[in-house]
Write a protein that binds this ligand. Sequence first.
Ligand SMILES: [Zn+2]
Length: 445
Amino acid sequence: MLSLYSTLEGKKEEFKPITPKKVGMYVCGPTVYDYGHLGHARTYLAFDLLHRLLRYQGYEVNYVQNITDVGHLVNDSESGVDKIKQKAQETGESPGDIVRRYTEAHFKDLRDLNILQPTTSPKASENIKEIIDFVEVLLHKKFAYVTDLGNVYFSVARKSDYGKLSRRGVAEILTGTRVESAQDKRSSTDFALWKAAPHGNTEMTWESPWGRGFPGWHIECSAMSQKYLGDTFDIHGAAVEHVFPHHENEIAQSEAATDKPMANYWVHSGMLTINGSKMSKSTRNTVTVQDALKTYSSNEIRLAMYLTHYRKPFDFTKQAMQQGVALRGKLFSAYASDLPEKTAPEVLEEVIAALEDDLDSPRALQVWSEGALKFNRADSDQLFAIFGLSYIRIEEIPRAKQLAQEREQARSSKDFLTADNRKAEIAQMGFEVLDAEGGTVYLPH
Ligand SMILES: [Zn+2]
């Protein structure tokens, strides 16, 4: 029985899908104006584990993860510059070039981290009609208003349960967070659904009933989740920093439009720090996914992150990564050893039970690593799949296999120089060579 902690309820709850054996899951995707960093990796890896567990349990998962290619303003603010346009100005490229490059980079990050592709990755710019229709519904139901400047805002005062996800009242939002007042807003807590384009600016702007403009960031997710998953879907996820304002605003928009719950489980992954500090470009305390992959394999990154529960903060340190490296070595050595015909019945159950308990991956990994030699090959393969660990055995690569044979021959004829050279070549291909008492083990990579 799977249980998930839902931020909206503030507690763990048994997972009950809307449709038996099917799950609709929406996870807020990246704003494509820069390379993905480890914070993104952490979020997508948390939901990849959930995705893989659901599939293991036999669910057909419709996983939607959007691409924000317009409308996300700098500092998540209500006024200011679009992040993508700003980047385009900095580099002298077109916004289209920026979007293309970083969308591709995002998918490469997913592939390189062995993250299963979402079922659909809709782009905001390709769903403008749906967004406009959504805003029309909110205007019709008087949850939104148009101003003389051609902006459309959501009227927070009209939604009596606004603040229910982040558990803050409007008064607290006004005093506790940075809200910017635009001159044409009725209240400073109101947020933009549609922004008028600066005069004569046709780049990344569209015609609408309120004049030329572009959508707000929050409305994109309400419109696209409804289009691909319906009014109410099972799981809505993202990193915890999106609880407010992004998800608070999504839930307000969607539930105002449909009078139905937007999602049944609101799942949020914890933040990522680097050596104890928040990631920040200004202090250069940031690590891209590709930079991390120069030092660690995707298996090591995955295991290091999964050794911390997904809701807790993960601190990226050398020590934390070394734990991932060590665990990978342990699991792969066990896999390369003689495994029993049958798995000891209690161990697999224990691993799955830990994962079903709100994805308790640290406990699951502990049980797996302590009992790694008790799993047969098929069940080990299952666990590799659930944790998204990829491996290639030396037998699968003819050149590596041949080098291994040459090394064995050289060793038996005491030609240690050749043996060492072959070992180095094999290592270069990514395999680890362990000479144990029972013979040599070539760890998969
Ligand atoms: Zn979103």
